[in-house]
Design a protein around this ligand. Structure first.
Ligand SMILES: C[S@@+](CC[C@H](N)C(=O)[O-])C[C@H]1O[C@@H](n2cnc3c(N)ncnc32)[C@H](O)[C@@H]1O
Length: 360
């Protein structure tokens, strides 16, 4: 009989160790992206050509030695180009991802909640024991802001000009004056974009997170839109009066403890000829397929434990779908069970989300 030590494949062990170290690298580079965003370093580099650490320090009013170490790390991580002779440049492509907030490739904003998101690790051992997760309010304001900055670029640049015109008859109704609800509206960015574009329509945002609702109200005031109202869905839920022409749910059904009940409420709230647009994370139908075909699966399962599944289990009896828990077959089944009869997939060229146009 070989001893257990002889059974170990050392080459495989080395590869796993390298992989784990790479993953640690990802976490640490993420922390550096957080700093780059927070300290305005990407903004300062954007369009500035190749700068030395002294020039970047001068531009930002920060200490050169710290800037230099950060630049070395960014170049080593292939995020910023080293052009030689102590100069560093943010390429136009990196700028789209790290510096320019209003384009669909922008990702750095999502890193703004990293410290708070990671601080949740102190609370999650208790959730593993009790089974009960944390609500979005318990995750705190920075996580709310992180979700907003991660998802807002698509709303700002794609929702009104590209996505809505692909839905059957929705834009005409919005132009003439429609009643619209965004359920799980978070900080209201999607709703405000639509409200600006369609002043004859009235827009209602529903959420259960007080932090998100307060942010949404503030965002609406800043945008100067008067045709938006926000509702705390716990005390002022969707009315079951078949009055809504258009309802949206963006990246939130998988976060809800009882999406089945919310879907039924949406069915009762929508007009017989109304449209419901669902956006949810583009997952494969099974865990096995995610393992095989979904390169984003490790990130998504991480988000799930830290945030989405946690929220979906934040009350006893929560379904706990989680980030990858609402793939198309689940969506089709749950939507049909809620009483909808038409379900069409829509491709809005978003690598993260799937979109479904659903009708009674
Ligand atoms: C990932 S965020 C998405 C927010 C927003 N739709 C967006 O795209 O920015 C999920 C939101 O769903 C909300 N939510 C969770 N359960 C809910 C429920 N039962 N009713 C309404 N909103 C809910 C959370 O409070 C959170 O704001």
């Amino acid at each position: 009989m070989p001893s257990p030590a002889e059974k170990i494949d050392i080459e495989r062990t080395k590869k796993i160790a390298e992989h784990v170290f790479d993953l640690l690298g990802g976490a640490l580079v993420s922390a550096m992206i957080y700093l780059g965003d927070r300290m305005g370093l990407y903004q300062a580099l954007n369009g500035a050509g190749a700068l030395t650490s002294e020039e970047l320090a001068q531009k930002t009013g920060l200490h050169e030695r710290w800037i230099r170490e950060w630049l070395y790390g960014q170049a080593a991580a292939n995020l910023i180009d080293y052009t030689g002779e102590g100069r560093f440049e943010l390429s136009p492509e990196s700028a789209l991802v790290l510096a320019n907030e209003n384009n669909p490739f922008f990702l750095a904003g999502g890193f703004c909640a990293l410290p708070q998101q990671m601080a949740v690790l102190n609370q999650l051992p208790e959730s593993f024991k009790s089974g009960i997760g944390l609500t979005y309010d318990q995750l705190g304001p920075e996580v709310n802001r992180g979700v907003e900055r991660l998802l807002a670029p698509w709303f700002h640049t794609q929702l009104v000009p590209s996505a809505l015109p692909k839905l059957d008859g929705v834009v005409g109704k919005l132009q003439n004056g429609a009643k619209v609800a965004d359920v799980g509206c978070g900080s209201g960015v999607a709703l405000i974009e639509m409200a600006k574009a369609y002043p004859r329509s009235s827009f209602h945002g529903y959420d259960i997170a007080k932090i998100a609702l307060a942010r949404a109200l503030n965002n609406a005031m800043q945008a100067g839109v008067g045709n938006v109202t926000f509702h705390d869905a716990k005390v002022d839920p969707l009315p079951g009066d078949a009055s809504y022409d258009f309802i949206t749910t963006f990246d939130c059904l998988h976060d809800m403890t009882r999406p089945d009940l919310v879907m039924r409420a949406i069915r009762a709230a929508i007009k017989p000829d109304g449209t419901w647009l669902i956006a949810d994370v583009h997952g494969q139908p099974t865990f096995e397929q995610n393992l095989k075909d979904n390169p984003l699966a490790p990130v998504m399962y991480g988000f799930s434990v830290l945030c989405c599944m946690s929220s979906a289990l934040s009350e006893p009896g929560g379904l706990g779908l989680g980030t990858l828990g609402f793939p198309e077959p689940v969506a089709r089944k749950m939507v049909a069970e809620a009483g909808f009869t038409r379900f069409t997939t829509r491709d809005f060229e978003n690598p993260i989300n799937a979109y479904y146009e659903v009708r009674p």
